[in-house]
Ligand binder design. Structure first.
Ligand SMILES: Cc1ncc(COP(=O)(O)O)c(C=O)c1O
Length: 426
C-alpha cells in the first residue's frame, strides 16, 4: 500500500496516484480507454458493425470528449443523457454522428425534443410505439426493442429476459403486430435488444441472433438496422475477433446495419477509486480500517454483496483487514483483504475496475462529498476532470422557496441539545 508521505506506488511498481492531493478520487487511465476502443474498432472493422458508447456507464464530458473520436456516436437512455450526448457529439454540427435511445420511461413531454436530438429511437413496448410513433420526427429511425427470450444473465435482477420482463417486446408479439398493422410495419425500420451482461464469448449472441432470425424470418430481412445493445466485454484480441466473426456471419445472412453500444467494456477497467484509511481499530479480534469512501460511492459492492478488488491486497499476505466505509450504515463494508503490512491511518488504497456505473449511482449519503475525477493522460500526467465540494452539496439540498439559512449557529441552546439527542442511524 502507499503511505501518504512516501512515494505512491502499487504492488505492481506502477505509479498509481502521485499528484492526487485528496481522496476519494476516481482515476481514469486514458491509455486503457483508448486500448478498449481500439479492440472494439477492430471488431467493427472485421464485422462491419458500428460502435456507439453507452453514456449511462460514465457520462462525464471530459471522458466523452476522449471517447468521441473512437465511436460513431453515443447511446442514451433519457432526455438528459440525450442532451448531454448531443452536446458532446456535435456542438454546432447537428446530425454529424449517431445518437440512439431506448427507455421504458419515455414521456410525452420529452418526445419532440428527443426527436430533434436522436438519430434512432427504439420503442420499448408496442404500446409506447403506437402512442409516440405518429408524432415522431420522420427523420428519426424508429426501432422496437425486443425481448428475444434467451437469458444470458444468471441473476434475475439483471436479466432483461426474466418472466414478465418490462424490457422489450416478445418476438411473437412483434411478428403478429407487424403483420396486423401495416402503418407500423412501414415506419419501423430497426430492432434493438440488450440482453447480455459482461459477455466474454459470442456464443449467446449467436444464439440470440439465430432465434430472432428464426422467429421474424422475412420481417427481419425487410429492416434496415439492428442494435445489439451492450454487455459485450471481450478480454483480448481473440475474444474480440470471435465477436467480430459472429456478427459478420450474421450480416452475411442478413445484410442489416449493425450497431453495438457497450459502456462498461470501454470505461469499467480503466477506472479505479483512490481512497485513504481514516481510522483503524480491532473489533472482536478483527482488524478494521475505515476508509474515506463507502458503498455510497461504490453502490455495486452493496448491490452484489461482493468484495471489490483492492490493488494493494494480496491473497497470501499475513495481515487480514476488514475494510469499512465511512457512512453510518453498519453493512457499509468492502470485505476482508490481506496486506503485507498492518494498515495505518493515511495509507492509500485503490479499488480497481470501478470505472463504470459507480459515479452515476454514487450519492452524497451522510453528507460525504462525491469523489473527484482525474484522468491519467497518455504521457502519465494527471489532469483533474471534476471536483465537487460543498457548493454543489449545498445547491442540491437548499430549497429556493424557503428562507435562506441565516446563521450556522443553532437558534437556541435548547435546540442544540435536542439535536444531540436525535437517534443515530446504524
Ligand atoms: C439498453 C442498454 N444498452 C447498453 C447498455 C450498456 O451495457 P454495458 O455497460 O454492460 O456494456 C445498457 C446497460 O444497462 C443498456 O441497458
Amino acid at each position: 500500500m502507499a503511505r501518504r508521505a512516501g512515494p505512491l506506488t502499487a504492488g505492481s511498481g506502477m505509479a498509481v496516484d502521485a499528484g492526487i492531493p485528496e481522496t476519494p478520487a476516481f482515476v481514469y487511465d486514458e491509455r486503457r480507454i483508448l486500448a478498449r476502443l481500439g479492440l472494439f474498432q477492430r471488431l467493427c472493422r472485421a464485422s462491419g458493425a458500428r460502435l456507439l458508447y453507452s453514456i449511462k456507464a460514465q457520462p462525464l464530458t471530459g471522458l466523452l470528449a476522449l471517447i468521441r473520436p473512437g465511436v460513431s456516436g453515443f447511446a442514451a437512455s433519457s432526455l438528459f443523457e440525450a442532451r448531454l450526448a448531443a452536446e458532446a457529439l456535435h456542438p454546432g454540427d447537428p446530425g454529424a454522428a449517431a445518437l440512439h435511445l431506448t427507455t421504458p420511461g419515455l414521456r410525452a413531454a420529452d418526445i419532440a425534443e428527443l426527436g430533434r436530438l436522436c438519430t434512432a429511437i427504439s420503442f420499448n413496448s408496442l404500446e409506447q410505439c403506437r402512442r409516440f410513433l405518429p408524432g415522431l420526427n420522420p427523420a428519426v429511425a424508429a426501432g422496437i426493442r425486443v425481448n428475444p427470450g434467451l437469458s444470458a444473465a444468471d441473476d434475475l435482477r439483471y436479466d432483461p429476459c426474466r418472466p414478465a420482463s418490462k424490457l422489450g417486446v416478445p418476438l411473437d408479439e412483434l411478428r403478429a403486430a407487424l403483420a396486423a398493422e401495416p402503418a407500423l410495419a412501414a415506419r419501423i425500420d430497426g430492432l434493438h435488444f440488450h440482453t447480455h451482461f459482461d459477455g466474454r464469448e459470442p456464443g449467446s449472441l449467436r444464439d440470440t441472433l439465430a432465434r430472432i432470425e428464426a422467429l421474424l424470418g422475412p420481417r427481419l430481412q425487410a429492416l434496415r438496422w439492428i442494435n445489439l445493445g451492450g454487455g459485450y466485454n471481450p478480454r483480448d484480441i481473440a475474444q474480440a475477433d470471435a465477436f467480430g466473426a459472429a456478427i459478420r456471419a450474421f450480416r452475411e445472412r442478413c445484410p442489416l446495419a449493425v450497431w453495438l453500444e457497450p459502456g462498461n467494456a470501454i470505461v469499467g477497467g480503466a477506472g479505479s477509486l483512490a481512497t485513504t484509511v481514516v481510522d483503524t481499530f480491532r473489533r472482536d479480534g478483527q482488524a478494521v480500517a475505515v476508509l474515506d469512501t463507502g458503498v455510497h460511492h461504490l453502490p455495486a459492492v452493496f448491490e452484489y454483496q461482493r468484495p471489490p478488488c483492492v490493488r494493494e491486497a494480496r491473497p497470501d499476505a499475513p495481515h487480514a483487514w476488514l475494510l469499512a466505509g465511512s457512512s453510518c450504515l453498519a453493512g457499509d463494508l468492502f470485505g476482508v483483504h490481506r496486506f503485507a503490512e498492518p494498515l495505518r491511518v493515511g495509507d492509500r488504497l485503490h479499488v480497481t475496475d470501478v470505472g463504470a456505473y459507480a459515479l452515476v449511482k454514487a450519492s452524497r449519503f451522510n453528507g460525504h462529498d462525491l469523489p473527484s475525477v482525474w484522468l491519467r493522460e497518455r504521457a502519465g500526467r494527471l489532469r483533474l476532470l471534476k471536483a465537487h465540494g460543498y457548493a454543489e452539496y449545498r445547491r442540491q439540498w437548499t430549497t429556493p422557496a424557503s428562507p435562506a439559512i441565516r446563521s450556522l449557529e443553532p437558534a437556541s441552546p435548547g435546540l442544540a441539545a435536542a439535536d444531540e439527542r436525535a437517534p443515530a442511524c446504524s
